[in-house]
Design a protein around this ligand. Structure first.
Ligand code: DGL
Length: 278
């Protein structure tokens, strides 16, 4: 088997994809990771799908230029807007994307009632409609776009009153309907799982899709003989390179709150719809 030390490229509108990065680090500690947060444009959720598709294309192009061997679209919104298109545009590279975990939720629910939290763009996309159509037969789905939640999580407010108010207004009506499962259809939301669990109580199952995505990345790399076999597990600082189109200082300062890690963050700039190092 050959070894491939090239990085795994991961992107999101902001810090949400760090929940996926965390799971990939757990599953594949020897891999190098290049993480790109497009914080100049966060949130993606309220934007038109075409605009998110254009950002996703430019970001993928940049990650490929940097030598990525696989791209993880660690954003449900970008996956809804662009995953299919990216696979056509860049046919030589494998892409792994997110889709709301409606299938496992529908398989495990006892009450037959499931809540889904995602962004407006994810709910509008064909991917979500197709997942519900294929897997949610006979299951009642209750949706909420949690307005303002991504912004609170971007600001590092993972447990304050504003974040709690958004989650309560989404989840309490769902609880009244008898949901026993909550699907997190936005990669930002796993950072507020403790608060969600506190609101819904221990009897309601909260599904974080990140571990399943990490296992999928592993399967794809094995099938392409592209695992990094040349280095053993490495520290976060050795393995991960972080880039943002927003404020590197802000992301650097908030990193301990998301990942319990400190690391440098490099700036990237958008110029004429392309990404460059500033
Ligand atoms: N984390 C993203 C998602 O999974 C994007 C949220 C946003 O930027 O609105 O949908």
């Amino acid at each position: 088997m050959s070894a491939d030390a090239s990085p795994i490229g991961i992107f999101d509108s902001g810090v949400g994809g760090l929940s996926v990065l965390r799971a990939i680090r757990t599953e594949l500690p020897a891999e190098s990771i290049l993480y790109l947060a497009d914080q100049a444009h966060v949130p993606y959720g309220p934007r038109p799908l075409e605009e998110v598709r254009a950002f996703s294309r430019a970001i993928s192009h940049f990650l490929i230029q940097q030598g990525a061997k696989i791209i993880v679209v660690a954003c449900n919104t970008a996956s809804a807007a662009a995953l299919h298109y990216l696979r056509q545009e860049f046919p030589d590279l494998p892409f792994v994307g997110m889709e709301p975990a409606v299938k496992p939720a529908a398989e495990h629910t006892h009450s037959g009632r499931v809540g889904v939290l995602a962004t407006p763009a994810t709910f509008q996309g064909k991917l979500y409609a197709s997942v519900v159509e294929r897997f949610a037969r006979g299951v009642e789905i209750y949706q909420d776009a949690c307005p303002g939640l991504v912004e609170q999580i971007e600001a590092g407010n993972l447990a304050g009153p504003a974040t709690r108010a958004i989650l309560e207004s989404a989840l309490i009506p769902m609880l009244r309907q008898g949901i026993d499962t909550v699907v997190l259809g936005c990669t930002h939301y796993p950072f507020v799982i403790p608060l969600i669990q506190e609101i819904v109580g221990p009897a309601v199952r909260v599904i974080d899709p990140a571990p399943a995505i990490a296992r999928q990345v592993q399967r794809v790399l094995i099938s392409r003989q592209a695992l990094n076999l040349s280095s053993p597990g490495r520290s976060f600082g050795q393995a991960v390179r972080l880039l943002t189109t927003g404020s590197p200082a802000d992301l650097q300062q908030l990193l301990p709150c998301y990942l319990n890690q400190t690391a440098p963050v490099e700036p990237l700039c958008w110029q004429a719809d392309q990404l460059r190092f500033c």
